[in-house]
Each structure stands twice: as structure tokens, then as C-alpha cells.
Design a protein around this ligand. Structure first.
Ligand code: MEV
Length: 332
């Protein structure tokens, strides 16, 4: 699909003279939520499939207003001229200017970012900020962005945050349902029974860029060995999708725990993440693993019920988790 086809002006009459576009008090808003990867991170960068679930309780709202000139950002991390924003804000600035170009707004903008989504925790913060900003710009311009146009802008922003993104995060932070992702394409997943997960923050930041680069170095050093690991992860993903569709929590959990061990073998776990996974299993979780880039960030643990999720959260905090969130994926 072309960008033109994917991007539809709500009113074909609207041009750059549209008063709604020039009103200084006009505000566009956009939202995107967190995601958690159930199975398949890292291998997905090399074309294998992965499964992710939305985390609706954590998200980012962006508000964009037109400005006479320049781009001004106001966020928890930084407030000021976008040209002087720190590296962490590069994806936002990239998304903002790509989105302004895409919808044909040439002038400046003021963007305010309100986020409940912690960054560098493997929950998709950089993709969610980029998606929220892009949606806010589209809203300001009364342009409806198709999913592929939105994906393209978020991917451009993601390249600034970690070089070679698979596209999984860009798709997952705007997907309302659990998804299977492979090479840019997404399909909703069948969920046989409501499934509850606890996400626990190890308290340490994880750099996806460094973790992805570390796996790349291992692949370069031992291609056959690492490709065997990727092939096994791909099997776990396919089995996991079937187990989720059946509502077989015990079997899904086994796949998650094995995936954690494989990821640890690729060097993307650390002592704290391993300790949290062990604590979740000791507290009766059917399976647990790191989620996202790793080397910090979060673990995701399967709970048997919402009550069990409370027990798991307590156990995880007892083992050193800085905080935790519970999310339930409904049957669908
Ligand atoms: C990061 O959330 C997931 C990774 O697989 C990187 C990517 O898919 O681009 C580690």
C-alpha cells in the first residue's frame, strides 16, 4: 500500500488553508500502550515469529499543538527546543518530523508527552511514544493514518533508538489484542481462556540497542550454534500460539521458561532477571521469562488466576522487584 493510500484526509476539501489547521489553540492527541513479549524476542530480529500481548494499564499520551516555528518538546525527561533534546528523545523528534511531513504540516509544533510507561524496561516505551506522537500529529491535521503508514513512521523513529528493530514493538504498541508478528506482518492470536500475567521490574534499565548488538556479536562468532537457538525459539513460539489458543497455561508456561533459558544462553539475561524468574517459579508460576531486550528491564510470569497474580507479585517484590503490574488477556 502506498503512503497516500494508507493516509486518508478525513475531508478531501482540507488543505493547508484549512482554518482548523491554523487555529493556534487546536490540539491533536494520540495514545499508545505498553506491550509485553510472550515468546520470541531477539530471534525475531532475524525473521522468526514472536508473540506479544498489549498492556493496557500502561501507556503514553501525546498532545501536539501548532507553533509558528521550531519544535518544542515537553516531557518528564526533557523540556525545550527539540534540536537540543538528549539522545533518548531522538525517536520522538524523528517521529514528530516524519509525521508532520507525512500529513503535510510544514510549520512548527509543540508536543507534550504524558507517560505512565517506564522507559528502558522492555515494555515498548520508545515505540509507544513515537506512535502516540504520530497519532497526535495526524489528529491535529484531521488525517486518518492507516496501520502501515503509522508503522513506517514508528519504525523510522525506532531505528534511532536501536539500529535494527524487527518492527515487533512498532506493531505491538498499537495492537488491541495479542498478536503473532513476523517480518513486519501481524495477525491476532486466539486466546482459549483468560490468561493473567505479572510483569516485574528488575529495577535496572536494559538497553535494547546493546542487547541486540550483543546477540549480533554471538551470531557472528558462532552462526550455526546461534541459528540452532533461533530455530528452537521459533518452535517455542509456534507451540506457544497453539497452547494459548487452547488455554493450556501449564504448557504455555513451559515454553516461556525454556525461552528464558535460551535467551540467557544468548547473554541477554542477568542475575536479577534469573533470580526473579526462579522466584516466580517457586511461587507457583507455570512459566516465567525476561521480556523485551533484557540485560535489565522486566520479567513476565504466568499466573493461575488474578488472586495467584497477587501472590506472585508479593513473591517477586520479596525477591527484589522494584515494582510490578498485572495484566489479564481476555479469552478471544
Ligand atoms: C525488543 O522489545 C524486542 C527485540 O526483539 C528487538 C526487536 O524485536 O527489534 C529485543
Amino acid at each position: 500500500m502506498t503512503d497516500q493510500a494508507a493516509t486518508r484526509h478525513l475531508s478531501s476539501q482540507r488543505g493547508t488553508d484549512d482554518p482548523a489547521r491554523r487555529r493556534p489553540d487546536a490540539t491533536g492527541t494520540g495514545y499508545a500502550h505498553a506491550k509485553a513479549i510472550l515468546l520470541g524476542e531477539h530471534a525475531v530480529v532475524y525473521g522468526t515469529p514472536a508473540l506479544a500481548v498489549p498492556v493496557h494499564g500502561l501507556g503514553v499520551e501525546a498532545r501536539v499543538r501548532p507553533a509558528a516555528e521550531g519544535v518544542h518538546v515537553d516531557s518528564e525527561l526533557f523540556a525545550g527546543d527539540a534540536a537540543t533534546a538528549p539522545g533518548l528523545l531522538r525517536p520522538v523528534v524523528t517521529a514528530l518530523s516524519a509525521a508532520l511531513d507525512l500529513v503535510g504540516l510544514a510549520s512548527g509544533a509543540q508536543v507534550r508527552i504524558l507517560s505512565s510507561l517506564p522507559h528502558e524496561r522492555g515494555l515498548g516505551s520508545s515505540a509507544a511514544v513515537a506512535a502516540a506522537v504520530t497519532r497526535a500529529v495526524a489528529d491535529l491535521a484531521s488525517v486518518e493514518l492507516g496501520p502501515d503508514a503509522l508503522y513506517k513512521v514508528v519504525q523510522e523513529a525506532e531505528r534511532h533508538s536501536h539500529g535494527n528493530p524487527s518492527g515487533l514493538d512498532a506493531r505491538a504498541v498499537v495492537a488491541d489484542t495479542p498478536i503473532r508478528f513476523q517480518r513486519g506482518r501481524v495477525a491476532p492470536l486466539e486466546v482459549g481462556a483468560a490468561t493473567t500475567f505479572v510483569l516485574a521490574d528488575s529495577g535496572g534499565a536494559g538497553s535494547t540497542a546493546l542487547a541486540v548488538a550483543g546477540v549480533r556479536a554471538r551470531l557472528d562468532a558462532d552462526r550455526p550454534g546461534v541459528e540452532r537457538v533461533f530455530a528452537r525459539i521459533a518452535e517455542l513460539v509456534e507451540d506457544g500460539a497453539v497452547r494459548l489458543a487452547r488455554g493450556d497455561v501449564a504448557a504455555l508456561g513451559e515454553a516461556m521458561t525454556e525461552d528464558h533459558r535460551l535467551l540467557a544462553g544468548l547473554g541477554v539475561s542477568n542475575e536479577t532477571l534469573d533470580r526473579l524468574v526462579a522466584a516466580a517459579l517457586a511461587a507457583g508460576s507455570a512459566g516465567a521469562k525476561l521480556t523485551g531486550g533484557g540485560q535489565g528491564g522486566c520479567v513476565i510470569a504466568l499466573a493461575g488466576s488474578e488472586e495467584h497474580a497477587d501472590e506472585l507479585a508479593t513473591a517477586l517484590r520479596g525477591a527484589g522487584a522494584a515494582r510490578s503490574w498485572t495484566t489479564t488477556v481476555p479469552a478471544a
